[in-house]
Design a protein around this ligand. Sequence first.
Ligand code: ZN
Length: 476
Amino acid sequence: MKSGFDAFEAVIGLEVHAQLLTRTKLFCGCPASFGDEPNTNVCPVCLGLPGSLPALNREAAGKAVLLGLALDCSISNRSVFARKNYFYPDCPKNYQITMYEEPICSGGAFRLGEEGPTIGIERIHLEEDAGKLIHGDSGSSLVDFNRCGVPLVEIVTRPDLRSGKEAAEFLAGLRRLMRYLGICDGNMEEGSIRCDVNVSIRTPGSPSLGTRTEIKNLNSMKAVEAGIEFEVDRQERLVSSGRAVAQVTSCWDAGLRRLVPMRSKEEAQDYRYFPEPDLPPLVLDEAFIEETAGRMPELPDRRKRRFQEEYKLSPYDSAVLTAERGVADYFEKAASMSSNPKTICNWVMREVLGELNRTGTPVERFPVHPESLALLVELVGRGAVSGSAGSEVFLEMSATGCTAEEGIKRLGLEQISSPEILARYVEAVMLENPDVVARYRKGEIKLLTFLVGEVMKKSEGRADPRAAGEMLAARL
Ligand SMILES: [Zn+2]
């Protein structure tokens, strides 16, 4: 999708909506859970019935502040809720409670990787979600109000992004950060994170911006990248052929791989924002902000650097292990019970992540607990089972939740190091390969490896290869 016009640079800003992980909705006590029977998690407040009054969920405010602090924003001691008026069937009140002129956080920054550009954060505010329309095939539509009033944070970046790839990286980094903070589950397929983007082009370095177009409701990293690349390419073609870019809002059709215009937007829509009369301004004193800052966990970039220093892991391994907080916690727990963190790292990277990917299990529900993994790695290290047998035991542990010792017994994989049993295999192999034995005795000592291999084969991999080699060498 690269156009080859180097005369332009893209100027991209994101508005990310993320659902906050709270038990209840933003202004009422209804559960904020996903996937329940339609229209069961509703009450007069979130249905906007006359006479009902909203009351703020302080937990949501705390989570927005935590995100703001992690993104180096200034936190407002006083912010104001506003009504955004619009009519749509998914919005029973005919307005959405959001924040407009006085958001909760402003002026932050997010660094894209260690060497990447810094993306400015314009603001973060709290708002409530709308309901969900379900379009049937007979032309009729159904509406589910369960999502009405679910708490969202909207994160607005400055127009500092320069490509679809960069925007997707930003979104992935933001998602990872929010999951680290425990404020959003990051399940994009369930709509927990949605993204609107603004795109314009200009001659590189020019202070003025071209006409912006908007792409709404992108719900995956792939869609963000592809939608933006498509739009940048379209604008470059228009401008290069002397035509103007019109202000337009569209959405990305992932199946057709193209943008579909939604409505022409000659003027910004007039939402007639005004301060929400039913809610007092949100006042957050310094004590609340400090208490929230005290709950800040170690963030991914810092943790990655610590893994390199403390456990002597490579930058790559550290990045993989810290990509998810749960995986990093898992590794550290197992490493704390082992004298060899590098070996634990290898097992987590290969076996544990392999099984998590294959089975789609979140690490928190993985049946092999870090303690059990550490024990298995210890048993392999001591030679109680061979490395390949250890992998088989791991799969048994993962499938059944058994301990390492149980798995070894169940699969009959205890390594054979008893001299009596080993001697039986060694003698049998020597008897079966008289010519190899003869050549070895004439000086072809590298044939020892072949004979050890035969012992391993005969014992189905259970013989201790070093002990077998020593015994063979002695008898030859
Ligand atoms: Zn409610």
